[in-house]
Write a protein that binds this ligand. Structure first.
Ligand SMILES: Nc1nc2c(c(=O)[nH]1)N(C=O)[C@@H](CNc1ccc(C(=O)N[C@@H](CCC(=O)O)C(=O)O)cc1)CN2
Ligand SMILES: Nc1ncnc2c1ncn2[C@@H]1O[C@H](COP(=O)(O)OP(=O)(O)OP(=O)(O)O)[C@@H](O)[C@H]1O
Length: 190
């Protein structure tokens, strides 16, 4: 199967989850993540905010705000498709509706992260495999970002529901596996 066929199947299965199943799964993912020692010790994180039924990261954002952990969120470049930058966000009021209707940092109010580095990176995905390879919406945003900024010191965690996990996904030379994938059922590391 090619990437785009797999992408649409995985999106379909995520969409098919009931509201209750999604809420319960989000709750379990939250518990798994916040129990991680790395999460408890992290002082800075690159997060994302959810669209289209992705794993809900608002509770992570709130947890960071409460504990004064630095949070950086992506902002898609308008002139360069497939490129994004991270900006530091200090509160919800610094967010504006962005590309694909995802809340984004307002570049006028937020500090651009010139040399990205962080303790943890949470990565969204349409699907992941057991080796940490990821398939996204096909824009190549995270691929390009990690190519420019490998984030070698960070723990890179992919978030997904169990139905989004495949044994093996096709991957291209530019795909870089995440360090860990967390679903409601398990934490997957190699
Ligand atoms: N929450 C979140 N933020 C993110 C990403 C992401 O995957 N999730 N990105 C990671 O790359 C970047 C934005 N890229 C995106 C690319 C496409 C779509 C999107 O919704 N595409 C289709 C819908 C697909 C479908 O549901 O069928 C569309 O254009 O309508 C969303 C984000 C940066 N921020
Ligand atoms: N490092 C890179 N430099 C230039 N182009 C890249 C790079 N990485 C990926 N691309 C391009 O991005 C496109 C999308 O790649 P791919 O299908 O792997 O996206 P994806 O991982 O599903 O998307 P996303 O990261 O946005 O969620 C490909 O056409 C590829 O050529």
């Amino acid at each position: 199967m090619d990437k785009s066929t797999i992408r649409s199947r995985l999106l379909q299965c995520r969409k098919a989850m009931s509201r209750d199943a999604r809420l319960a799964a989000n709750e379990r993912i939250l518990r798994r993540i916040t129990r991680l020692e790395a999460w408890q010790h992290a002082r800075s994180m690159l997060l994302y905010l959810p669209v289209n039924g992705e794993v809900d990261t608002w509770p992570f954002f709130e947890d960071c705000m409460r504990r004064h952990v630095q949070v950086f969120l992506p902002c898609c470049r308008k002139q360069e498709p497939g490129c994004m930058d991270f900006f530091q966000v200090r509160n919800k009021d610094q967010l504006v509706p962005g590309a694909y209707n995802i809340p984004e940092p307002d570049p006028d109010q937020c500090l651009l992260m010139r040399e990205p580095s962080a303790d943890i990176v949470l990565v969204p995905g349409v699907g992941f495999d057991r080796h940490g390879f990821r398939i996204g919406y096909g824009g190549g945003y995270y691929d390009r970002f990690f190519a420019r900024h490998p984030m070698d010191k960070a723990l890179i965690i992919g978030l997904a529901f169990a139905c989004q996990i495949m044994d093996q996904l096709p991957h291209d030379p530019w795909d870089k596996p995440v360090d860990m994938v967390v679903t409601e059922d398990e934490g997957i590391t190699e």
